[in-house]
Design a protein around this ligand. Structure first.
Ligand code: ATP
Ligand code: MG
Length: 470
């Protein structure tokens, strides 16, 4: 049992139904927990205010007088970290939602299955202990130092930052390539922000998202009546962006016909609106990005070679996150600190075990996937730290698995003894005979009731074994 080295964990039951208190109390004391009872919401809240606060509270929702949801709010304001499990016989969406909103650890339905109650108590107390074990936390970075929004001290990212610095002075076209979620748009915005065009617009055009028949009108605008639906004159992105920077995202998804027109802008610095005859001078810097293999597309003649050379003047290759794992803790801390700043979550720390799993994961969706995993875990987390159990299941988190399933196979012998000792220490019975009896019983079960084999395994005579088994 976690949490307490010397004393058994304490549990307070708040329920106005004496029978429920009696049966729940029996289940919990049988496992060695120290149980106290309160017969109303008011009594329960008073007991917690008076202190010392119990390790865990089971709180009924429907009680005469102060109800459970109200009691929960009083309890949490007196003891913000108090672990509370709400219980009810009448499950409604509203109470379940309110219970979790006001910070209950969990919400269970009556009648109880004793095994589930015990599993839940154990899980709650383990979470509590794990949260406390995180202790002082030193983030790897200070988010204020990263106003740029780009984090990364790995050598490959430092190279990327240097190139950004080099290309900001001129209007050179930059092609940013890399897998999805590696930060291509972030880099494009950073180039713009540091350039002399920073005061003029940055317009991102997602070439993959705009239907082929509309992209020209999007980019170059159209004259009234130039096609069905063109009810008025419209300016395109290039004209709107005059003096600024256009980011052509997913350039590999652009149709060949549009590629030709883009080439003309690049070569001559001028455009024509769809359905128009006038040639309009535009001054835009072009940045482009793709996760496609443009060289292969050029060979396959699906991407114009001349446009490729025009765009690919400077190339920034964004490395996938799995090739710069040393950046992961910083990105994680950056995300967490941003949440803190926006007051969107109680989470301000990450347990070392969770950080180790995050750092080891290959992240096929790169920074975007990591970022989403952190935000999701922060929502699920029940305290001020992200623990292993809050992580997505594919990382080895127990978002779906039962707590026993993750804890037991990895115990060292010493930890196992700690657990046994804590579990048995609560009763009055002398320890050694209890341990011997339990061990004998388990050995018998493991050896399918073969007394001779069990006696050999235990190093006892058969008679001594029989005596132990009673
Ligand atoms: N080095 C980094 N530091 C902090 N946040 C980052 C970093 N790289 C990317 N991000 C964040 O990850 C997310 C994805 O980045 P971005 O949209 O720039 O990727 P992308 O390469 O354009 O992806 P896609 O190819 O899917 O469009 C964004 O929320 C961005 O802020
Ligand atoms: Mg992008």
């Amino acid at each position: 049992m976690p949490d307490t080295a010397n004393r058994p964990p304490s549990i307070l039951l708040i329920d106005d139904d004496a029978e429920v208190r009696y049966s729940l109390s029996r289940v919990l004391t049988s496992r060695g927990y120290q149980v106290a009872e309160a017969a109303s919401g008011e009594q329960g809240v008073a007991a917690i205010r008076k202190g010392p606060p119990p390790d865990l509270v089971f709180l009924d929702v429907r009680m005469t007088g102060m109800g459970g949801i109200e009691a929960l709010q009083h309890i949490r304001s007196a003891q913000p970290k108090q672990l509370v499990v709400l219980m009810t016989a009448f499950g409604t969406a509203q109470t379940a939602i309110e219970a979790m909103k006001y910070g209950a650890f969990d919400y269970i339905m009556k009648p109880f299955d004793p095994a589930k109650v015990l599993a839940l108590a154990e899980k709650a107390l383990k979470t509590h202990a794990d949260l406390r074990a995180v202790g002082d936390y030193k983030p790897t970075i200070n988010a204020d130092d990263y106003r740029e929004g780009i984090v990364g001290s790995s050598p490959v990212m430092q190279e990327v930052f240097k190139i950004i610095g080099q290309v900001t002075a001129s209007d050179v076209t930059v092609m940013i390539t890399g897998e999805s979620g590696t930060g291509k748009e972030l880099i494009a915005r950073s180039i713009w922000k540091h350039s002399h065009r920073a005061a003029k617009p940055f317009i991102a055009v997602n070439c993959a998202a705009i239907p082929e028949n509309l992209i020209e009108s999007e980019l170059f605008g159209h004259e009234k009546g130039s096609f069905t639906g063109a009810t008025g004159q419209r300016l395109g992105k290039f004209e709107l962006c005059d003096g600024g920077t256009i980011f052509l995202d997913e350039i590999g998804d652009m149709a060949l016909a549009t590629q030709t027109k883009i080439l003309r802008v690049l070569q001559q610095g001028e455009i024509q609106r769809v359905g128009g005859t006038e040639t309009i001078k535009v001054d835009v810097r072009i940045l482009a990005a793709t996760n496609k293999d443009l060289e292969a597309m050029v060979k396959a003649k699906t991407f114009r070679e001349d446009l490729y050379y025009r765009l690919n003047v400077v190339r920034i290759k964004m490395p996938p996150l799995r090739e710069r794992a040393e950046d992961i803790p910083q990105i994680v801390d950056f995300c967490v600190q941003n949440l803190v700043k926006q007051r969107k979550s109680r989470v301000s720390k990450v347990s070392p075990e969770a950080m180790a799993l995050l750092t080891r994961h290959p992240w096929p969706g790169n920074v975007r996937e990591l970022e989403n995993a952190i935000y999701r875990s922060a929502v699920i987390a029940q305290g001020d730290a992200i623990l292993v159990k809050d992580l997505p299941a594919e990382l080895g988190g127990s978002a779906v698995a039962e707590p026993e399933a993750t804890a037991s196979p990895k115990l060292t012998l010493e930890q196992a003894f700690d657990h046994i000792h804590a579990a048995l220490a609560a009763g009055d019975e002398p320890l050694l005979p209890r341990v011997q009896r339990e061990l004998a019983q388990r050995t018998m079960v493991a050896l399918a009731g073969d007394e001779a084999a069990a006696a050999r395994k235990l190093g006892l005579t058969k008679a001594a074994l029989q005596k132990l088994l009673g």
